[in-house]
Design a protein around this ligand. Structure first.
Ligand code: G3I
Length: 351
């Protein structure tokens, strides 16, 4: 007796296989991701995409939650200079979400990668006032429009043993800036679920362990952390079981978990990469399937949302600029919006 999930995945897999074989019009998946999943399925968005009918059709058919890809970040909001707030982009995304009945996840208030210039030259008192004002202004503006925030993004080093040293930590303390950010976000929006978000938590077990210890330590201080965001930019060459192990450890904290930025590049930075296209797809479907199954295995109250970092392969940040080799297929749908092998792996796990 074939497992129900295999039966469901078969037509999807056939569609996926055909995707590479010919340009025949793809058969739309039997049921959309958001219909299959008993939790929100998210995707990142930037406002120019709203002018692309194919993007709008695919996203409104398949997804139930949006994350602004960059327009709700400091680089955009303070893009006109210190002390001046620019909200046209994030307001447009919030309006699109509201119009289409999509949940909105706020991303991100405080990130080591942004804000250094805007906060440069301020003494401690002015820096702290500007830090508090930024969070109060932005989180306050979207109160009642977002269900959640990535309050702090990417606090742990790539090596995975320590916290990043950045302009926020140097002025407010290694844990201090995060504790302050969570309290100020809570004050600005009493209802939003407040996340700590990072990447490579599955790819680099040491980093995942450091991140979870950080969450526990911050929570013990009384910081109102309401959820864990694991970005899941997967390295598809990691051993089987590593993703499941991280989710088992993450689940033990009892918090809602957001797979916040899934993509699974077929490429690697290695100078020599002898994997055949078939081996890459095999690795991708295995790891994406393991992630989706690990998420499904969480208690219902811990399944916050499962979000991908782009709708179509060609929307991916991995297909922009020098990263692009024109062949990467990191997402669930190809450039024409046809479901790919990763879609079949996710749909089978959700079913
Ligand atoms: O579209 C504007 C263009 O009009 C303008 O001329 C140009 C000037 O710099 O900027 C363009 O916007 C760029 C935007 O992406 C849209 O393409 C921004 O410069 C660029 O900084 C922005 O990059 C984003 C990056 O985060 C930094 O914010 C990527 O799209 C986005 O995919 C990436 O996402 C991050 C997550 O937030 C955190 N986790 C890792 C992930 C991937 O790096």
């Amino acid at each position: 007796m074939l497992d129900r999930r295999v039966l469901l995945a078969l037509p999807l897999a056939l569609v996926a296989c055909k995707r590479g074989a010919s340009a025949e019009p793809a058969v739309a998946p039997a049921r959309s991701l958001k219909a299959l999943a008993p939790f929100p399925v998210g995707v990142c968005a930037k406002s120019p995409q709203f002018e692309d009918p194919a993007w709008v059709d695919l996203v409104t058919a398949q997804f139930s939650q949006l994350t602004p890809e960059w327009e709700m970040k400091m680089e955009y909001i303070l893009g006109d200079g210190p002390g001046r707030f620019r909200f046209d982009g994030p307001d447009a995304i919030a309006a699109f979400a509201r119009h289409h009945g999509l949940r909105l996840h706020g991303h991100t208030l405080i990130w080591y990668a942004q804000g250094e210039q805007a906060f440069a030259g301020l003494d401690r008192a002015r820096f702290t006032t500007a830090f508090d004002r930024y969070i109060a202004t932005v989180a306050g503006r979207y109160r009642g429009q977002v269900v959640s925030w990535d309050v702090v993004n990417e606090p742990v080093t790539d090596e995975g043993s320590e916290l990043r040293d950045c302009h926020w930590s140097r002025m407010l303390g290694a844990d201090g800036y995060m504790i302050r950010a969570f309290h100020k976000a809570r004050a600005a929006d009493p209802d939003a679920v407040l996340f700590l978000n990072d990447y490579n938590l599955e790819n680099t077990p040491r980093k995942g362990a450091t991140f979870l210890k950080l969450v526990e330590r911050l929570m013990k201080t009384g910081a109102p952390i309401g959820g864990i965001g694991t970005q899941s930019h997967l390295d598809i060459r990691i051993p089987a079981g590593q993703i499941r192990a991280f989710f088992r450890d993450a689940a033990s904290l009892g918090l809602p978990i957001h797979v916040s930025e899934l993509d699974a590049s077929l490429r690697s930075e290695d100078r020599v990469d002898l994997r055949s296209p078939g081996q890459r797809i095999e690795q991708q479907t295995a790891r994406v399937g393991e992630l989706a199954e690990a998420f499904m295995a969480l208690p219902e109250r811990q399944r916050f949302a499962f979000s991908v970092w782009g709708a179509r392969d060609t929307d991916s940040w991995l297909r922009q600029g020098e990263r692009d080799n024109g062949q990467d297929q990191p997402l669930l749908f190809d450039g024409a919006g046809r479901p790919g092998p990763a879609y079949a792996a996710v749909a089978a796990a959700f079913a």
